[in-house]
Design a protein around this ligand. Structure first.
Ligand code: CA
Length: 692
C-alpha cells in the first residue's frame, strides 16, 4: 500500500521535502502525508513536508469540498487526517468524520452537552479537536467528559467523567494520546477551580494518573502523582494562608506536547484564581505551578521540572499557549528546546531536558516588564505594574500577545510563525472583592472593563489593538518579517515545505504567504471570521488543505467592539486542493438590527447596573453590552420589558441556549439596574450610529 501510494505520488508530481532530523517524529501513520494529530506530530510544529501546493502553484488553489455545521458559535479545531478520514470537532463538543477526499459525512457524534454549561466557558463553547490512535477517536466535551469513539463507526467505546461536574470546570482542549494513555486537562481558572492534567488508559478509560498544578487547599494529599513534587516545590510558594479553598487556578486548558527521546510530556498552566494575586495568597509569593510550563513523566505523571514565566501572576498571563519542540543550534551547540510565545509578550526558548531558560525576548511592546533576567529567568517588572496603589495600563492584555491560536515552525528556515497581538487593559484593585462560588472571580475593578463614553476615546482604544503574522527567529530572538492584519484577533498558522504559511483572519480572509518574505501569494474569502489553524494532507497524489471557519473565542465575546461587525453564521469546514471548483453558498447578511425604545423606561440605577453588568455579563456580552457574537442585548426585545428581562436573567428562561438564570448572584433590583444600563447603552449606540 505504501509503495503503491508512493508511486502514485511520484506520478502526480507530488514531492515530499527531504525529512529533516527533527524533534518529536511523526505519530503512527504515513509520515508527511497524513496529519495524524492536531499539531501533526508530538512536537506540535504544525509543519508539513508536502510541496504540491507551493509558492508557484498556490494560485490554482480552489475549494475541493465543504461542510456546513449546525452551530454558529466559534470553531477552533484543527482537522486531523488519518488513512483517508478527516476528523474534526465543532462548538458544543460535537465530533465529525468525513471522507477526506470527497467530504462525504461518514459519522458524527453529539455528546449532548447541557447548554447551561456554556455559562461556565469564559471564552466560548469551543473545542479544539480530537486525538486519533489505535482505531479510536478521542474527544473531550465541555462538561468534562472524555470519550473514546470507534474510528470506523463513531460508536462510544468508553467515556470517563474527568472533572467534578458540580464545580466550574470545562474542557475545550484536544486530548493527546501518548504511550497508551490519553492526556486531557481542563479550564475554569476564571471561576475558581484547581487545575490538573489527567492520563487515562487509552483502551479502558481507567484513570492512570493525575497531576495537580496547585497544592491541595486542605493540605491533605490527594494520592496523585504530583503530591510529592507539589509539597517540595510548590507548597511554600503560597504564602501564609496557603491555597484558596476554591483551588487557586492553574488549569491546563490547551497545550500538551511530548518528546519520545527524553520521554517527557510538557504542558502549560493557566492563570491564578482570582486574577489579582493579592486576593489569592499574600501577593508576594510565586504561587507554583500557576502560569508555568511543567514537564512530567508520561507513564507515571511524576514531576521532572518547571519554569514559571510569570511568577505570582496578577494579569491573567496563562502559560497555556502552544508549546513547540524543536532542535536548534544555539551558540554553536545543538539544543533540544521547547518554545512558547507567551501571553505575557516574551518568546521563551527553554532547554527541554532540564527546564533551564536559554533565552527570552519580547516579541511585542509591553508595559509590565522590561526584560527577563538571564540568571534567574524571572521577569524584570515595571514598578506599579501590579496595580497595588493605583490603576495601571498593562500590555499585553488578558487576550495576550499570543493566545491559544497555534503557531507553526519551519525547520528548514528555523522560523516560528506567530499569530501575534498588541493589546492592553487597565488594571485596578477591587478592594471589596469577595469570592463568589461558581461566578467569574477577578478581584479586579469591573468598571475598568467599560468603554469610555467618548467616541474618539473608544476609537483610540480600538486603534491600540493590533494583529500581525510574525515570522520570528528563535535563535537570534528577533523578527524576520511581519505582516499586519486589520483586526487583532485572527487565526492559527500552518507552515509547509512549499514555502508557504497559511492563516485566516478576523474578516474571513484565508491567505497563503511566502514564508521567506511574508508576501501574500493567495487569498480566499471564507465569508466569516477564522480563528482555527489549518492542516494539510495528501491522498492519491493530491494535497489538500483543511480549515474550520467560524469566528469565536474570547476576542469576539469579550471585546466585540474592537472587531468586525459580522453576522452570526453557521460554522463550516473548508477543504482546498489545486484546481478545486467547489463553491460556497452565498452568505446572506441580515440587515443591522435596530430597536424602538420610545416609551421604554427603567427605574433601575444605571451606575449600579454598569458595575453589575461588567462584573457578571461583560465576559460573554462584551463591554457596554455591545456584543454581537452572542445575541445582541442592546437590540433585544427583552430589554423593553422588566418582566421579560427577569424571566431570562433571573429565572433562566433561555438556559437551553447557554444563558443560565442569575438568581443566585443578582436580586430583582440588581437585574433591573442592569436593564436600565443596557437601555442607556442601546440609546447611546443608536445615537452614535445615527450621527454617522
Ligand atoms: Ca485565563
Amino acid at each position: 500500500m505504501r509503495i503503491a501510494l508512493g508511486l502514485g505520488l511520484a506520478a502526480a508530481g507530488l514531492l515530499l521535502a527531504a525529512a529533516a532530523p527533527q524533534a518529536g517524529r511523526a505519530l503512527a501513520g504515513k509520515d508527511g502525508e497524513d496529519w495524524p494529530s492536531t499539531g501533526r506530530t508530538w512536537a506540535d510544529q504544525r509543519f508539513s513536508p508536502l510541496t504540491q501546493i507551493n509558492v508557484e502553484t498556490v494560485g490554482k488553489l480552489g475549494l475541493a469540498w465543504h461542510h456546513e455545521f449546525d452551530t454558529d458559535r466559534g470553531q477552533e479545531a484543527t482537522p486531523v487526517e488519518v488513512d483517508g478520514v478527516l476528523y474534526t470537532t465543532t462548538a458544543w463538543s460535537k465530533v465529525y468524520a468525513f471522507d477526506a477526499r470527497t467530504g462525504r459525512l461518514l459519522w458524527s457524534y453529539d455528546p449532548e452537552v447541557d447548554r447551561a454549561r456554556g455559562f461556565l466557558a469564559c471564552c466560548d463553547v469551543v473545542n479544539r479537536g480530537v486525538a486519533v490512535s489505535g482505531g479510536k477517536v478521542y474527544a473531550a466535551a465541555l462538561d468534562g467528559r472524555l470519550t473514546a469513539l470507534d474510528a470506523g463507526t463513531g460508536k462510544v467505546v468508553w467515556s470517563a467523567v474527568t472533572v467534578d461536574q458540580g464545580k466550574s470546570y470545562t474542557i475545550t482542549g484536544a486530548p493527546r494520546v501518548i504511550h497508551g494513555k490519553v492526556l486531557i486537562g481542563n479550564g475554569g481558572s476564571e471561576y475558581g477551580v484547581r487545575g490538573y492534567v489527567s492520563a487515562y488508559d487509552a483502551e479502558t478509560g481507567k484513570l492512570a494518573w493525575r497531576f495537580y498544578t496547585t497544592p491541595s487547599p486542605s493540605g491533605k494529599p490527594d494520592g496523585a502523582a504530583s503530591d510529592a513534587a507539589l509539597e517540595k516545590a510548590a507548597r511554600s510558594t503560597w504564602g501564609g494562608a496557603g491555597v484558596p479553598e476554591a483551588g487557586g487556578g492553574g488549569t491546563v486548558w490547551e497545550s500538551i506536547t511530548y518528546d519520545p527521546g527524553l520521554n517527557l510530556v510538557y504542558f502549560g498552566t493557566g492563570n491564578g484564581s482570582p486574577w489579582n494575586a493579592r486576593h489569592r495568597s499574600d501577593g508576594k509569593s510565586d504561587n507554583l505551578f500557576l502560569s508555568s510550563i511543567v514537564a512530567v513523566d508520561p507513564d507515571t505523571g511524576k514531576y521532572a521540572w518547571h519554569y514559571q514565566p510569570t511568577p505570582d501572576d496578577t494579569w491573567d498571563f496563562d502559560a497555556t499557549q502552544h508549546l513547540m519542540l524543536a532542535d536548534l543550534t544555539i551558540d554553536g551547540r545543538p539544543r533540544k528546546v521547547v518554545m512558547q510565545a507567551n501571553k505575557n509578550g516574551f518568546f521563551y526558548v527553554i532547554d527541554r531536558a532540564t527546564g533551564a531558560l536559554i533565552s527570552a525576548k519580547g516579541f511585542v511592546p509591553m508595559t509590565w516588564a522590561t526584560g527577563v533576567d538571564p540568571k534567574t529567568g524571572r521577569p524584570v517588572e515595571v514598578p506599579g505594574a501590579r496595580y497595588e496603589t493605583k490603576v495601571a495600563v498593562i500590555s499585553p492584555s488578558p487576550t495576550g500577545a499570543h493566545n491559544w491560536q497555534p503557531m507553526a515552525f519551519d525547520p528548514r528556515q528555523g522560523l516560528v510563525f506567530i499569530p501575534a497581538m498588541e493589546s492592553g487593559l487597565v488594571f485596578g484593585d477591587d478592594p471589596k472583592f469577595k469570592y463568589r462560588e461558581g461566578a467569574v472571580n477577578f478581584a479586579f475593578d469591573p468598571l475598568l472593563l467599560a468603554l469610555p463614553d467618548e467616541k474618539a476615546q473608544r476609537a483610540a482604544i480600538k486603534a491600540s489593538l493590533k494583529g500581525e503574522l510574525l515570522a520570528w527567529d528563535p535563535v537570534k530572538q528577533e523578527a524576520r518579517w511581519s505582516t499586519p492584519h486589520e483586526y487583532y484577533w485572527n487565526g492559527g498558522i500552518l507552515a509547509t515545505a512549499g514555502d508557504l504559511v497559511f492563516q485566516g483572519d478576523a474578516e474571513g480572509r484565508f491567505a497563503a504567504y511566502d514564508s521567506r518574505t511574508g508576501k501574500q501569494v493567495w487569498r480566499y474569502d471564507a465569508g466569516m471570521g477564522v480563528v482555527a489553524g489549518a492542516s494539510t494532507y495528501a491522498l492519491d497524489g493530491q494535497q489538500y488543505v483543511a480549515l474550520m471557519v467560524g469566528y469565536g473565542g474570547t476576542g469576539p465575546l469579550f471585546q466585540h467592539w474592537a472587531l468586525p461587525d459580522r453576522p452570526r453564521l453557521p460554522g463550516r469546514l473548508l477543504v482546498f486542493k489545486l484546481g478545486g471548483t467547489d463553491t460556497l453558498p452565498a452568505i446572506s447578511r441580515p440587515p443591522p438590527r435596530t430597536i424602538d425604545l420610545t416609551g421604554v423606561h427603567s427605574a433601575g440605577d444605571v451606575d449600579q447596573g454598569s458595575l453589575l453588568f461588567h462584573q457578571n455579563c461583560a465576559i460573554c456580552h462584551s463591554s457596554n453590552a455591545s456584543g454581537r457574537y452572542l445575541p445582541d442585548l442592546q437590540t433585544s426585545s427583552m430589554i423593553t420589558s422588566d418582566a421579560a428581562f427577569r424571566t431570562v436573567v433571573l429565572d433562566g428562561a433561555l438556559a437551553s441556549n447557554g444563558m443560565v438564570g442569575f438568581a443566585r448572584f443578582l436580586t430583582p433590583a440588581q437585574a433591573e439596574a442592569i436593564r436600565a444600563y443596557i437601555i442607556q447603552e442601546s440609546r447611546r449606540n443608536q445615537a452614535m450610529l445615527a450621527a454617522q
